[in-house]
Design a protein around this ligand. Structure first.
Ligand code: 13P
Length: 253
C-alpha cells in the first residue's frame, strides 16, 4: 500500500535546544499513525543523532538528512557522505531541494549521482522536483518537471525506483504563502505518476509516494492530501510550529 508521509524540512533553522523542544512537543502529542503513515524529520546534520535517538521508540517516525555528497569519501572538506549517514543509522535523505539547486548549483546529473550513492548505502532519497514561476506562467511545467525526473531517476532499475519518495515542490509556492491549488497539485502529481508508469510500469508507479511541498499549512493540509495522487507533504515553515505540524500529520490519509 502506498505510504502517506508528513515530512518536516527544518532547513537551516532552530538551535539544538529549540529542535529538541519542538520534537518533544510533537512526540508528546502521541499521534497514532496507521501502518501506511510515516512522519519524517529532515533536520540539520548536527541534530541527526539526537533526533534519531528521540524517535527510536516511536513507530513509523524517521529522521532524514537534508543533503549528502556525491562521493564515497575523501578530500572534500565540509561535505557529508552517504556512508557517514548510514553509519549513524539514517534511512532517508532529501535530495534536489530547489534551494540546493539554486544556491549550490545542483544539476539533474549531479542529483543522479547523489541518488545512486544514497541507494548504495541503503538510504531512501526524498527527491524534490518543481518548476519556477516563469515556467508555470508559460504553461510548460509538465515538461520541465518531467525532465528533472528523467535526468535524475530514469537510469534506475524498478527495484531501485521503489525506494524513492518524490516531492513535487513548485518553487513559486515555497515560503511564499501561495499554495498550489488542490487541482494544480493533483494535476501535476497524476502527470508525474503517468510519466513514472511509462518508464517503470503501472504497478511500480502506483506504489510510489508523491508528496506536495510549498506553503503546506495546518489549514490547507487536509484538502491537499485528500487528492488521490497527493500522498502527504514536505513541510517547511509550518513544520517549525509543533501544533501546526501535528495537525498536518493528522491530515494524512
Ligand atoms: P514552506 O512550507 O515553508 O513553503 O517550504 C516548503 C519546502 O521547501 C519544504 O521542503
Amino acid at each position: 500500500m502506498r505510504k502517506q508521509i508528513a515530512a518536516a524540512n527544518w532547513k537551516m533553522n532552530l538551535t539544538y535546544r529549540q529542535g529538541e523542544q519542538l520534537l518533544d512537543d510533537i512526540l508528546n502529542a502521541k499521534i497514532s499513525l496507521k501502518d501506511q503513515q510515516l512522519v519524517v524529520f529532515a533536520v540539520p546534520f548536527p541534530y541527526l543523532i539526537m533526533v534519531n535517538s528521540e524517535i527510536a521508540d516511536a513507530k513509523n517516525y524517521f529522521v532524514a538528512a537534508q543533503n549528502c555528497y556525491t562521493k564515497k569519501s575523501g578530500a572534500y572538506t565540509g561535505e557529508v557522505s552517504a556512508e557517514m549517514l548510514q553509519s549513524i543509522g539514517i534511512k532517508f535523505c532529501v535530495l534536489g531541494h530547489s534551494e540546493r539547486r539554486e544556491y549550490f548549483a545542483e544539476s539533474n546529473q549531479m542529483l543522479a549521482e547523489k541518488i545512486n550513492i544514497c541507494l548504495a548505502y541503503d538510504i531512501a532519497p526524498i527527491f524534490c522536483c518543481g518548476e519556477p514561476l516563469s515556467i508555470r506562467e508559460s504553461g510548460t511545467q509538465n515538461s520541465y518537471v518531467e525532465k528533472q525526473l528523467k535526468e535524475s531517476l530514469f537510469h534506475l532499475s524498478t527495484e531501485q525506483i521503489r525506494k524513492i519518495i518524490i516531492a513535487y515542490e513548485p518553487i513559486w509556492a515555497i515560503g511564499t504563502g501561495k499554495t498550489a491549488t488542490t487541482e494544480q497539485a493533483q494535476e501535476m502529481h497524476s502527470y508525474l505518476r503517468s510519466v513514472l508508469a511509462k518508464q517503470f510500469g503501472d504497478d511500480v508507479a502506483d506504489e510510489l509516494s508523491i508528496l506536495y511541498g510549498g506553503s503546506v499549512k495546518a489549514n490547507n493540509a487536509k484538502e491537499l492530501f485528500s487528492s488521490p495522487d497527493v500522498d502527504g507533504g514536505l513541510v517547511g515553515g509550518a513544520s517549525l510550529i509543533a501544533g501546526d505540524f501535528i495537525e498536518i500529520t493528522r491530515a494524512l490519509k
